[in-house]
Design a protein around this ligand. Sequence first.
Ligand code: GLU
Length: 493
Amino acid sequence: MPELDSSSAPTIRVRVAPSPTGDPHVGTAYIGLINYVYARQRGGKFVLRIEDTDRARFVATSEQMIFDALHWCGLTWDEGPDVGGPYGPYRQSERTEIYREHADLLMANGSAYRCFCTADELEAARKQQIAAKLPPRYSGTCRNLSAEQIEENLAAGKPFVIRMKVPLEGSTTFKDELRGDITFEHTNVDDQVLLKSDGFPTYHLANVVDDHLMRITDVIRAEEWISSTPKHVLLYQAFGWPAPRFWHMPLLRNQDKSKISKRKNPVSLVYYRQAGFLPEAVLNFLGLLGGGMPNDINGGTEKFTLAEMEQHFDVKNIRLGGPVFDLTKLKWLNGEYIRALAPADFYAVLRSTVLSDAYLSEIAPLIQTRVETLGQFGDLTNFFFADNILPTPEVFVPKKRTLEETLPFAADQLAVLEATDWTVEALEAALKKLGEEKLWSVKENFMLLRAIVTGSTMSTPLLESLIVFGKARTLDRVRRFGETQKKLASQKK
Ligand code: GLU
């Protein structure tokens, strides 16, 4: 463990700041875990802040799902919207007044300005820049409006945003605790919008104001935010505040090294819970990703608990090479944890997860009118409990269709399912709309999806089954179906 600084340094305070825009992401748990351990090792505080200012992407159920998923992984926080704390509120949508006041402060000291450009004007300027092979950025039209022009625009009721006035020359350098100094030329830093015309702040303003007001000492976040950091550093300077330390953790990657994405991996923590991963294994796996643990821990087995992480994790061990989110490895690790359970505990885990009363009682009504003996329960419901459902083209290609027509339609179905609320009504409407657009009959459309998810053309009622099976697992199954078919097609060539 790194030596603790016993001087009068302020209490270490860190945070994880997810945006409630959908299912809780494995990346949130990964960054949350590192922050949690960092705080625990230093007698510090770990804060959970909900960054919900992007109203267009806001999903109402997402916040609770984030709490539940992080708790499931074994993480707890000292302050947050659900537990309160001395620096709340911890939900940004409840702090809008604070951001507006701070935007005013920046305007008053000349670090920000009102921009009245319309969406069309901005778009036209952007197109011109792209045509001229210049990086698209704000052209600066409103940077130097006179007091009269501003008054005129305001009197005319023109909507405006507030932008930060990034110096036109020079550069900003900040220290990344893992990488050393990083410099950005100001010519590459845009006049970022701070406050939108609806009065809501952008991520940058809210994030900096909150990190300061919440006394955050260390910002530990994913690498993808590095390019935002010069803006943040300039904001700290504009407010006259000291900046926190910045640590940018290596980004999680798919097998092919691209940034982790739901196209290639299940990224929802809900998926891992529902698909029967043990939280201890998931946490252990996430703890391995950044490489902060010593290699020889527990005899080099790579297995460790959260308590062991608190003891042995060391930022000095962090490796910057993008860690691959290797599902095969996670499965292996999960298997290790399963085998280590006492038989009675294994049974108890099954009964509280994939064979829980809650799950079984949702499945039972779907088959009651379809069986003659109870023994047929398994015949009709195996897909609720199985992992590998691989229908053959004889099963999934509708009679009047070809394989070549069917696979793109299945990809369309996946996109539609991703974007749909998980209710029978919403699913039905979205799938039917797709069918109408692509001229697939309801029968063909539903039959294909049924075959993909259940492996059979005869089974329990489709939409109700999807609801019980869950969005995360359905998406994974449809995605894997597409991947498998792609692989098979390339083998044939
Ligand atoms: N709301 C940002 C996110 O969703 C937070 C990034 C940061 O930690 O500054 O990841």
